[in-house]
Ligand binder design. Structure first.
Ligand code: UDP
Ligand code: MN
Length: 246
């Protein structure tokens, strides 16, 4: 059977939501063997997301998981102050562990935030992941690119080029790694956590599954950028116009 890429996308209601989801859903339409897991940060499935998913011609699963209000970023808070997407990614992990079977279902799990920009080429790399694969991410941590650093002799990952806390065990953005479904299923208790240090969510997750030495460098020995940690400007909307589903 072909390898399935399980892309997990947390998403929340705001004026740019449909634009973001349209962009990434159309990227995924170019990817064979994709299974998109969309998890809304809300109590119930919304019409906007339901309608968008209903149009797709590939596999998807629609879930909801509301971030507890105590963990939610306030409008004035700086972005680093709270973890984002924790609840949603965990519900998706639970879905995988409930619905898929170790040693039977074959796949790679990838955390695909709704605002980033993804090349179709990235998914060819994700398919190669045996345990944990890593690659560069553009426009993150104040650097034009963050990337795993390889030993030129062995080709193994020896460190991380990173704009922020490169001393993390894994100084890698959420968009910079893929993890085999077997690993996710064989360690059913590993989840993301609100008690992780701010900015350490990825590192504290990966530590439970692998070591730096075991990482598989992809994207042409981590020399190519196929994903960018873009952020969409918050539009200042003067008037919400009636009569359109936006
Ligand atoms: N997100 C969410 N609820 C929130 C804030 C963010 O579900 O209250 C989602 C968001 O749609 C994205 C992911 O969590 O897919 C990461 O959020 P964001 O892009 O804002 O984080 P950053 O890129 O700044 O780390
Ligand atoms: Mn983002």
């Amino acid at each position: 059977d072909p390898i399935v890429v399980y892309a997990i996308t947390p998403t929340y209601a705001r004026p740019v939501q449909k634009a973001e989801l349209t962009r990434i859903s159309q990227t995924l339409a170019l990817v064979p063997n994709i299974h998109w897991i969309v998890v809304e940060d809300s109590e119930e499935k919304t019409t906007i997301v339901k309608n968008l998913l209903n149009d797709l011609t590939y596999q998807y699963t629609h879930l909801v998981a509301k971030t507890p209000s105590i963990e939610k970023l306030k409008a004035q808070d700086p972005r680093w102050k709270k973890h984002r997407g924790v609840e949603q990614r965990n519900v998706a992990l639970r879905w995988l562990r409930t619905n898929l079977v170790l040693n039977k279902d074959k796949g790679v799990v990838f955390f695909m935030d709704d605002d980033n920009t993804y090349s179709v080429k990235l998914f060819k790399e994700i398919e190669k992941v045996k345990r944990v694969g890593v690659w560069p991410v553009g426009l993150v941590g104040g650097y034009s690119v963050e990337a795993p650093e390889l030993d030129p002799k062995t080709g193994k990952v020896v460190g991380f080029l990173s704009g922020w806390r490169s001393d993390r065990r894994f100084a890698i953005d959420m968009a910079g790694f893929g993890i085999n479904l077997d690993l996710i299923l064989s360690k059913p208790d590993v989840e993301f956590s609100y008690s992780a240090q701010k900015g350490f969510q990825e590192s504290e997750f990966l530590v439970k599954f692998t070591t730096k030495e075991e990482l598989e460098p992809l994207a042409d020995n981590c020399t190519k950028v196929y994903v960018w940690h873009t952020r969409t400007e918050k539009p200042q909307i003067k008037k919400f116009v009636d009569g359109f589903e936006v």
